[in-house]
Write a protein that binds this ligand. Structure first.
Ligand code: SF4
Ligand code: SF4
Length: 425
């Protein structure tokens, strides 16, 4: 696709072309510094580089072609939106960029300044007309996971076609029933949007596709237990980030290819860092594209990241949806059961998350855990204190970091991370 064709497409999507060009220039430089500078990358990382280089180009063209062929596009911000239903309705699901500062001044006219950067980012991208995914959406699903998001959707809903999905905050049987009823309501919204009826056959097929994607990501996650680490934390994070954008079947095939290469590498004892390099498990808030600040700081401080206990990571891929039910009602039960196992900090109590982090650190051979909280995120700030105690009980060194999308604190964070990594060596 030529530059002129890209520009014409972005113009049709009513992007602010000058600001968008500036964004792509910054993103390209950032990617070059953080990703292309890595040593010993897998050959399969070419797929990651290509997808990122065309994230606003070829993938958007594919989405526009799908729309021209009659498919609808659904944008999401949270792993509680069941992709199984979206695909079963014949729609395309995309995660909406919320990993960079953009349009902050405009966003702060709609939400308070002391709102987390993830929320300000999705509002800012929309108001500044910078995101071709948001502009491609026929429906955006906003879920009520935290107070910041649910109040922000009141303002955001004036700018996008919005479906609000209620997500329970406890895990009693009545909460499972609530989530299931919300999935039924989402199913109806999809059927109205697309004109397609979701059947047992279409939902079973979609569930298989989404599970296949999760299985590939689980396979990749498990291979990271090897020492030396066969893939960098940055590349593994990028794989998880891309899982929210790329065509699901192509993505699954590419991740399995990456895993084949990782297995071959493990067999010969190769890795991205020498055996014995301090191994870190990151835990906490999700890191959306292009939020690579902390992974870069960790991996440029003499450590390697071996796992992400995060929604852009293990929390999103750990559980499969049961494929056994043959009827629609049973499938909806299975969906509700699967999604209720997500251990988001928005739940109370949420003790299983503490157990998951300790088990994950053990399984991956992590030497220490770094908890990442986004500034002004109350749920994860509270849980950082609990994770600290749980890691102490598990005998795992722990560091809590709270930061935002800005680079102003990068030097100070690096000093803290380096000091922490030194204690692990
Ligand atoms: S951390 Fe919670 S609110 Fe955020 S994406 Fe994950 S499940 Fe959704
Ligand atoms: S990072 Fe925290 S405050 Fe921000 S949207 Fe997620 S749960 Fe809400």
């Amino acid at each position: 696709m030529t530059d002129a064709a890209h520009t014409a497409m972005w113009e049709r999507l009513d992007l602010d072309l000058a600001a968008h060009d500036a964004l792509l220039a910054v993103l390209g430089k950032f990617y070059g510094d953080i990703y292309l500078s890595q040593q010993g990358r897998l050959k399969g990382a070419e797929y990651l580089d290509f997808v990122l280089s065309e994230v606003h180009g070829l993938r958007i063209r594919e989405i526009q072609e799908a729309k021209a062929a009659g498919q609808k596009v659904v944008g999401t911000f949270c792993v509680f939106v069941p992709e199984e239903l979206t695909l079963a309705a014949g729609a395309v699901q995309v995660g909406l960029c919320a990993g960079a500062k953009a349009g902050t001044d405009k966003a702060e006219q709609l939400v308070p300044r002391n709102t987390c950067d993830l929320i300000k980012s999705f509002i800012g991208f929309k108001l500044a007309r910078l995101c071709p995914y948001t502009e491609s959406c026929d429906l955006v699903v906003g879920e009520t996971t935290c107070d910041g998001k649910k109040k922000a959707y009141e303002a955001f809903g004036e700018h996008v076609p919005l479906h609000v999905m209620e997500v329970p905050q406890c895990k009693a049987p009545c909460d499972v029933a609530l989530l299931r009823s919300e999935f039924v309501r989402y199913k109806q919204a999809l059927e109205t949007l697309t004109g397609n009826v979701i059947t047992a056959a279409s939902l079973a097929a979609a569930t298989k596709r989404v599970n296949a994607k999760r299985r590939a990501l689980q396979r990749l996650a498990k291979l990271r237990a090897a020492d030396p680490a066969p893939i960098s934390g940055r590349d593994a994070l990028l794989v998880n980030q891309i899982s929210f954008y790329d065509d699901p079947d192509r993505f699954t095939a590419k991740v399995n290819e990456l895993c084949d290469e990782m297995e071959a590498r493990i067999a010969t004892g190769e890795g991205v860092a020498p055996k014995g390099t301090p191994r870190i498990l990151l835990a906490g808030c999700p890191m959306a594209v292009p939020n690579w600040k902390l992974p870069y700081l960790v991996e440029s401080s003499g450590a390697v990241i071996v796992g992400e206990e995060s929604c852009i990571g293990e929390r999103n891929t750990r559980d499969l949806t049961d494929e056994a039910p043959a009827d629609l009602e049973g499938m909806l039960d299975a969906l509700a059961a699967r999604y209720m196992r997500i251990d988001c900090a928005c739940f109370t109590p949420n003790t299983e998350r503490l157990e998951h982090i300790a088990a994950l650190a053990r399984d991956l051979g992590a030497d220490g855990v770094i908890h990442y909280g986004l500034l002004f995120c109350q749920p994860y700030a509270h849980e950082a204190l609990k994770v600290d105690k749980a890691m102490e009980a598990a005998g795992l060194p722990f560091l809590a970091i709270e930061t935002d999308y800005g680079m102003e604190d990068a030097g100070q964070l690096k000093t803290r991370v380096e000091a922490f990594v030194e204690t692990l060596a």
